[in-house]
Design a protein around this ligand. Sequence first.
Ligand code: ATP
Length: 657
Amino acid sequence: MRHGRMFRPIPEEDRRPISRSTVRRVVATFRPYRGKVWLVALAIVATSALGVVNPILIKLVFDRALFGNPAGSCDGAACPNMHNLYVFAGLMIAIPIVTSIIGVGQTYLANLVGLRVMQDLRNALYAHLQAMPLRFFTTTRTGEIQSRLANDVGGVQTVVTDTMSSILSNVVVIASTLVAMALLSWQLTVLSLSMLPVFLWLTAKVGRARREIASSTQKTLADLTAVTEETLSVSGILLSKTFGRKRFEEDRFRRENERLTGLQIRQTMIGRSFFAVVGTFFSITPALVYLVAGWVLRDDPASAITAGTLVSFTTLQSRLFFPIGSMLQVSTEVQSSMALFDRIFEYLDLPPEIRDAPDAVALRPAEVRGEVAFDHVWFRYEEPRDRATPISPTDAPAGPPREWTLEDVSFRIEPGQLAALVGPSGAGKTTITYLIPRLYDVQRGAITIDGVDVRKIRLESLGDLIGVVTQETYLFHTTVRRNLLYGKPDATQEELEAAARAANIHDRILELPDGYDTVVGERGYKLSGGEKQRLAIARVILKDPRILILDEATSNLDTTSERLVQAALEPLMEGRTTIAIAHRLSTILRADVIFVVDRGRIVEQGTHAELLERGGLYARLYEQQFRGGLVQAECEDGVILASGEVVRTAEGSPDLG
Ligand code: ATP
């Protein structure tokens, strides 16, 4: 029994009825360990029941050994029966030792089961979350996911080691103690029970107060954590420093911190009052027992109440208070435990949405030519809320608001071609690239690779075929080497270096303090934007995918960095189908085909020259962005390159990618 947890607060939303199906599933999670669970239960029953033996032995020591010697071998005076004394004293020593040994085994087994169940749930949850579609992560806060994986699953262990164990042990202790007390003296038992309501009332009152304050403490603690997380992250501290808000943040933190301390002091004091209630009852009740015993003996000197009975009874009685106090909190405890499981099951029950079709095939990268085609694709991120039935594509209104993010998109990219997607911001370019690796599934139409519907390609195989370089480079907080190996886990040092050279980053890596073994900071903050991009490019070069999706960064790289990234990209695009959301003029000019996207539709397609000639949206965008003096195109060995800081667009203004 752990008294400290008796008043663990549970959030308001967790105080809901426990559903049968949750209980069934909780039981099912423990099924693989049922043998051990039974052993734990048996051990709890044994240790709790053995607890009453010693108080009973006290009676025997008093009445049968130390005093009232039945053998009567001494003359008149109290004369101990040494044989009985040895037996009883021996038992009084042996039983606590046995109980302790069983207790250690029980703790070990209970923890083992709890931790194993926790491990299983964490594995299941992690695997499930890995299979969740991007949609889930774009709509769920990261903190929420982490909290379920860490706190909720972590809480499961206490369910076994604390809640379940304490319920069973309390029940056995209360029952066995009451039976022993009644056997010793029914009159005294009645007295004991008559005092219980006062005890129960006081404990319940203190319990409620402590629970309320504990829940406020938890809220304040969460606020404090949120403030810390927000302001002590790299981006948070950057913001605070650049806005000169140090003092403001400190004051905010200090206020929350002070509130927390105040609450914690009150919490400690209320906790103390619980122990004061129990302690007072502890001390008072023997006096009352002696009083009642005196009255019983006065009226009936032949009653069965002996000195041994009294000592034994008061000892037994003191065993009741904590278990009873603890049982008052049982429903709260069970509710909060079940709420933990509910939250875990809720995630486990989320449908993965995007998964392998039963007849999905694995394509061998070496045999894939890399033709990518969109065939009348209709897509939207969310189903419209105000319509009971999804609207049909033909109902799609022409003007705003847009019901569909992509409307009837069809195009074909031949193997090895470089296709550039250009169009105003929000046109749907990124969305088009998301659909190819099945980050989302289309609602209508189909996307094919070499004529095979992507939904019929095994997800793992699809992942192998496609490489993505995004604007935001994500690096793990580990060494350069490990970050690169993510692209090809079995790559040799030579391969790593070749890829790094191709991506123009090898020399820079060698300049780092530990070369390839330098740990790059969280999200690669130790590297410049251009260096991170080149590292990410090297990672994809290592992966060597058949199809490359490239979201060119609009970020403001300096001329040298820009050229280095550009030069790194060239070998990457070589010999594979590339779909680029193009922001650089050089990419657009190199493209075999340009698709102009506007409001979710492909409105024009062709080469740069063809599209300029046509004088449509592309020509307008080109005029605005590239001819407006923002970028100078220069001629170098017959290839026109973009120089300097390329396309920078104001929010919402049209851009070329
Ligand atoms: P940009 O050049 O600004 O990146 P884009 O052409 O790549 O724009 P997309 O990112 O494909 O445009 O977005 C197309 C539309 O879909 C936009 O209106 C956008 O608001 C919407 N959209 C994008 N992602 C989501 C999402 N996860 N959920 C709902 N709507 C989204």
